[in-house]
Design a binder for this molecule. Structure first.
Ligand SMILES: [Zn+2]
Length: 293
């Protein structure tokens, strides 16, 4: 498992190298629904990343994922230097892939505070995922009620656990760490209720791979600054941005755009005439990029 993980990370650290390797590990999808739309350019992605970083700093809520990526990168470098000597320090504090998937599912259509509370309630009500699997749906619903859409989400969770147990014989998704991005997408998409955004979040945060999830905030900003053509839908925006944004910028840029979208009223449908508590709101660093003021 570790070996494959490092192999993939090594490839990610050397962007040009994938062309000389089998197609298995490459950019997430070859299909761009807007091939003639020339934005964003790599230079623009870098400039936006740097501007947002200067404005907000790196968002604290994503700091632990960034640290895990750093650890993984330094582990690869260490391992290279030691010619294959294995370190066991990687997994400290790392969420399980299954935890990450369920946490992301619970974040659909609700606020962060409520979804985090729902996940914490679920984890404290049941000691293991086996217990959740064995529980009545009503008990799961009760535990996650504060996150909204409880019957639907409970049914999704039960379904994922049942499918996983049937297919793999245990409630564990760690085997995904050995698969390519495309294989992981195919595996996770089989679960009912798991859409492209959830898959993309698991890739980016739990599996430390380079993908670019498009949530409401990212979608609104991408449209406002012309990174997708007018009338673009969210899924096509996801496909386009994953093609255009350099892999090494995806993580930082995604965390920063998400955070900026939450804080800046000028970049969202909320309109630009309301004051925000955020200090940089009056001089949004993305104003120069906006196309439809
Ligand atoms: Zn803004």
């Amino acid at each position: 498992m570790q070996k494959s993980r490092k192999r993939k990370q090594q490839l990610r650290l050397k962007p040009g190298e994938s062309e000389t390797k089998p197609a298995k590990i490459s950019i997430p999808t070859k299909h761009d629904p807007y091939p003639t739309h020339p934005r964003p350019t790599p230079e623009e992605c870098l400039a936006v990343r740097d501007s947002l970083l200067a404005c907000h700093g790196f968002p604290q809520e994503f700091a632990k994922y960034r640290e895990q990526r750093r650890n993984l990168s330094s582990l690869v470098i260490d391992t290279d230097a030691q010619n294959g000597v294995k370190s066991e320090t990687l997994d400290t504090g790392e969420e399980s892939v299954l935890d990450g998937l369920i946490k992301t599912l619970l974040s659909q259509n609700t606020t962060e505070v409520n979804s985090q509370r729902a996940f914490a309630n679920l984890k404290s009500a049941f000691s293991t995922w086996e217990d959740v699997h064995a529980a009545e749906s009503k008990c799961i619903e009760h535990a996650i009620r504060c996150g909204g859409l409880a019957p639907k989400k409970a049914s999704c969770i039960k379904n994922i656990l049942s499918c996983l147990l049937e297919k793999k014989g245990k409630l564990c998704l760690e085997y995904l760490r050995d698969l390519s991005v495309e294989e992981i997408k195919a595996e996770l998409s089989h679960f009912k209720g798991v859409g492209p955004k959830t898959v993309s979040c698991v890739l980016l945060f739990q599996l430390q791979l380079d993908d670019f999830p498009v949530d409401t905030h990212v979608f609104e900003i991408a449209k406002a600054i012309g990174w997708v053509p007018e009338g673009a839908d969210r899924n096509k925006t996801y496909l386009h941005l994953n093609q255009r944004i350099p892999n090494e910028l995806k993580f930082d840029l995604n965390c920063l755009l998400f955070t900026h979208g939450k804080l800046c009223r000028k970049c969202t449908k909320k309109g630009g005439n309301q004051q925000s508590k955020e200090s940089c709101d009056n001089s949004c660093p993305l104003l120069n990029y906006r196309v439809n003021l």
